[in-house]
Design a protein around this ligand. Structure first.
Ligand SMILES: C[S@@+](CC[C@H](N)C(=O)[O-])C[C@H]1O[C@@H](n2cnc3c(N)ncnc32)[C@H](O)[C@@H]1O
Ligand code: SF4
Length: 458
């Protein structure tokens, strides 16, 4: 049954529209605490010599401030700030590369902020630094090198340069084409500009384009959303991430410039989601889960179908099951069972990187975390948990260990989010829209830090 065919249950959806983590990791970053700056090199030194390694590089700079933005960024017009930042990245790479130089890097992602803030020379310098320090996969068919671009600050020449350096996937910040929404969030970008870039990206032979959209922004209505979706569908991106707007003005000061009275009501937001799911599925997109859609021939859909889909800090992935080394301000590494995060303040990160590995907090998982992580990732990626497999893998009695959680799942089963048997848990079609509250049942830390730090599901 396609999601578009399900009986839409607005009351059920509204009841489970709680605040909770997106589970790009478990435990979530709120659980991180102080950790020695030698923990990352120590973990890398213990790693398998030839196992693949994924790299993430954070470029924090943006030319403009979008009022809704919840990303780690520094808004500036001063291009030279990126030179100092690249110096720090180079120190960081030189310190860590000796431990991982021999591991093939098939997945590389530049995120932000806005990676295309970098000039042509700065981009070339960063690419050179990466290829000098790491064993980047030379085969374009075997690697997935992706970058987040803001169409407003990306030239056609930059796209050519990125392709020539081996990038083969792009995600574009679109958010919405509706003019009143664009004006209210201080992000004006025309359909014509995006169309020109999409055509160029296709002509250059990129393997895939992903669009970021947000629903729940000021002045969005069902009519405006339908129009934006028509325009998006006409451009046929391979993947679409349609995020629910996380409005947390007490955490992100710029969001105070968005008037609460301009935002759609919670009921309208649920209707917006309904429109998005219906319209994208009618156009042939498959719903992957947690805000993500993809065309049927996309790797994410195949991974979803054959049970190999993974989730990491960048969202859903086909290569998520490898060690991830995060470089740059605020970046998170996940090496074996340890999470490590770099300083999130730009000056502190840059100063620290000159003399030592710039990690400052992290988390070392224990057995209970590993079990719960596995369950939460199975729910988020496969929509299915087999209790016997879990017992075999972790050598424990699932029913006894999770007696409280199984009890807590009963109302979710009664409300049709899951089918629960003695042997397994299967997420239903309506439940796939509400993966976060299902995962939350298995989160051991939610009761201690509460839900208020998180955004709502819808
Ligand atoms: C690092 S940003 C995108 C890259 C690039 N800087 C751009 O704006 O085009 C990643 C994405 O996060 C999403 N995002 C940012 N703030 C958000 C918020 N408050 N709620 C939901 N999604 C948000 C946007 O869709 C954005 O495109
Ligand atoms: S949405 Fe992108 S361009 Fe806008 S402030 Fe956030 S990171 Fe920067």
């Amino acid at each position: 049954m396609a999601l578009a065919d399900i009986l839409w249950k607005p009351d059920t959806i509204a009841r489970y529209n709680v605040s909770g983590p997106r589970y790009t990791s478990y435990p979530t970053a709120l659980q991180f605490g102080p950790i020695s700056h030698t923990a990352l090199p120590d973990a890398l030194a213990l790693g398998e010599h030839n196992a693949p390694l994924s790299l993430y590089v954070h470029i924090p700079f943006c030319q403009h401030l979008c009022y809704y933005c919840a990303c780690t960024k520094v808004v500036t017009r001063d291009q030279s700030k990126a030179d100092r930042y690249l110096d720090a990245l180079e120190y960081e790479m030189q310190r860590l590369a000796p431990m991982v130089r021999h591991r093939p890097v098939r997945q590389l992602h530049w995120g932000g902020g806005t990676p295309t803030f970098l000039s042509t020379e700065q981009t070339a310098r960063l690419c050179q630094m990466l290829s000098q320090n790491f064993k980047l996969e030379p085969n374009d068919q075997k690697r997935e090198f992706s970058i987040e671009i803001d169409p407003r600050v990306t030239s056609l020449e930059q796209l050519e340069q990125l392709r020539s350096w081996g990038f083969n996937r792009l995600s574009m910040g679109i958010q919405d084409f509706h003019k009143p929404t664009q004006e209210a969030v201080h992000r004006i970008q025309s359909l014509e500009m995006v169309t020109e870039q999409v055509e160029k990206i296709r002509a250059l032979g990129f393997h895939g384009i992903s669009f970021d959209l947000i629903y729940g922004l000021p002045h969005q209505s069902l009519t405006s959303m339908k129009r934006t979706l028509e325009q998006v569908i006409a451009l046929a991106p391979n993947r679409i991430a349609c995020y629910s707007y996380a409005h947390l003005p007490e955490r992100f000061a710029a969001q105070k410039r968005i008037l609460a009275s301009d935002l759609p009501t919670p009921e309208t937001k649920v209707e917006l989601l309904h429109t998005i799911v219906q319209q994208l599925q009618t156009a042939g997109y498959r719903y992957i889960g947690m805000d993500h859609f993809a065309l049927p021939d996309d790797g994410l859909v195949k991974a979803h179908e054959n049970g190999t889909l993974q989730r990491n800090f960048q969202g859903y992935s086909t290569h998520g099951n490898t060690d991830l080394l995060g470089l740059g301000v605020s970046s998170i590494s996940a090496i074996q069972d340890i999470y490590l995060q770099n300083h999130a303040d730009l000056d502190v990160y840059q100063d620290t990187a000159q003399s030592m590995v710039p990690t400052y907090r992290g988390y070392r998982m224990h057995e209970d975390d590993r079990i719960r992580r596995r369950i939460i990732m199975d729910i988020a990626c496969q929509g299915y948990v087999n209790f016997a497999y879990m017992c075999d893998e972790f050598a424990f009695d699932f029913q006894a260990y999770f007696a409280r959680e199984l009890e807590a799942l009963i109302p979710l089963a009664e409300d049709g989010l899951i089918v629960l048997t003695e042997d397994d848990l299967t997420v239903t079609e309506i439940g796939r829209l509400l993966l976060r509250p299902i995962c939350m049942v298995f989160d051991a830390y939610l009761p201690s830090h509460g839900q208020t730090r998180y955004s709502r599901v819808i």
